[in-house]
Design a protein around this ligand. Sequence first.
Ligand code: MIC
Ligand code: SF4
Length: 642
Amino acid sequence: MGKNITQKILESHLVSGEMSSGKEIAIRIDQTLTQDATGTMAYLQFEAMGVPQVKTKRSVSYVDHNTLQYGGFENADDHRFLQTVAAKHGIYFSKPGNGICHQVHLERFGAPGETMLGSDSHTPTCGGLGMMAIGAGGLDVAVAMGGGSFNLTYPKVVLVHLKGKLKPWVSAKDVILELLRKLTVKGGVGKVIEYGGEGVKSLTVPERATITNMGAELGATTSLFPSDEITKEFLAAQKRENDWKELVADEDATYDEEIKINLSKLEPMLAKPHSPDAICKVSDVEGMKVDQICVGSCTNSSYKDLMTVAEIFHKGGHKVHPDVNLTISPGSKQVLEMISLNKGLAHLIEAGARILEATCGPCIGNGQSPPSKGISLRTFNRNFEGRSGTKDAQVYLCSPEVAAAASIYGVITDPRKLGKFPKVKMPKEFLIDDSMVIPPAKDPSKVEVMRGPNIKELPKAQAPAESIKGKALIKLGDNITTDHITPAGTWLKYRSNVPKYSESVFSAIDAQFHEKAKAQGGGFVLGGENYGQGSSREHAALCPMYLGIKAVIAKSFARIHKDNLVNFGILPLTFANAGDYNAVEQGDELELNLSNISNSETVALKNITKNRDMQLKHGFTKRQIEIIQAGGLLNFTKKQAA
Ligand code: MIC
Ligand code: SF4
């Protein structure tokens, strides 16, 4: 029987397990990536494993999230730690300023048919090249660097059949917004989204990467495009033709689900506050006044994206509207250098745009927080409440074309009103200069790993007791994001300092949470559907663990966060009877009994306050139970190695 692309890559990397949906499999990982905000922990964990050199084909450590100094030494200390630890252990180090991890990896390292694990949820960006790139917590990435396999639930495979061709002013961003409209932020959980059909041929690699990047917002395990002639051209233009290989689904490949999208019928769209799936047409909100517009992020910061905006301004002789602040964050040094050499940058500056570094910047709330109640239009991938740094800001997500039109008129405007579309051609050759990627040391014994005072010791997870008593410290609704659990923005500098970062846990919902948790000696968290969606940051498990949280009881979980909880010994449990969510309130005294965990799919919970018994599902594999009983993945891995 014919195979789809997902089956082909998984089969060629299978270490153990059965390739059938819902079963646990282990796969071999070829490449890894980390970024600074998750990397410090990942490398501390890698060091704790005691493996001298990484065992992957290639591992790259990027600095792109936290490049601003809020008047302190913390970021710089982290960068110095990351650079020295990379040199010592066989890891390539991409310096701050070289670009956003996903954009740079797509340009310089991603390879069709290979697997990659990255400690960032948007790792699937490289799926635009036909690479199986999966986001995970830092500890999973550390294990993969040490040569360990990655365990995942064998996914369902969804074919998104593309036909037709995008009309002028409609772009790749609108394709993924359409899919988010159809599937919602939890529609991709447990699935790989594979693209196929005639329409694929009309999309360049950076456009494909915009689509696979934002598959993270669907909750998908990853997203994949075929590797075809267009992929070959892109890699050749990056002087990496040797990394190309053809990878397409067999004619008679089968899929678990199929969705059809006619590219020719799409219109410019937006995601409204505060969720990437709150989709509307531009025409629905046309005329709304806008305060700030940000172009960039790993979703839309390619050469083509930025040149499109530059050309819209230049060819039309437009300027940025007096009431609007427009910022541009290029995806990489390559993009920035190329648009400076061909005058694209000059055109943006001339129009009145503010040019920021080639980093994540405003996307992670690192500067450019909108004014109070401000309307911000961003070409980014997430518009969760408060993520921008301004709690009452209204953030809309859109394409570079829609962003450019609103920058000109100061109100949301259908870009098709701008007339002739300035189509930007893909360069025949990209400018290649990898001088900001530092190769690992030839003699690791000469490298001293430098740790400033912001690099705090790794907190240790502990095996849970058989019976756990505690209070339900907080009760939450659906779609709680990791930004709610451990916010980024000004807290980012404490990513290598868990005791300090733990003070941020749920701070936007309950400012006293961390004090309450500490005073009570820990307890339980109650959540709704899709708990822990968004970022891969394992701090959303590590910090609650530090505060003594023993279990999160929710209606359902997002994939990466669920794995992170297990990795740090917190039990992610779901209500066997969904209605029981209503039978527990914040403040209730609970008792969890784990004595049956190895031989039953459920564990017992007693609500002591309400004198009510209920069952919770765990759905753990044998391996996950062993991880929990070993006191987390790090202890488990060390035990296995011994
Ligand atoms: C994000 O977009 O939320 C981040 C910041 O890139 C995170 C990683 C992190 O929290 O460090 C992600 O997407 O995984
Ligand atoms: Fe950076 Fe934003 Fe992409 Fe996360 S989503 S990697 S913060 S650009």
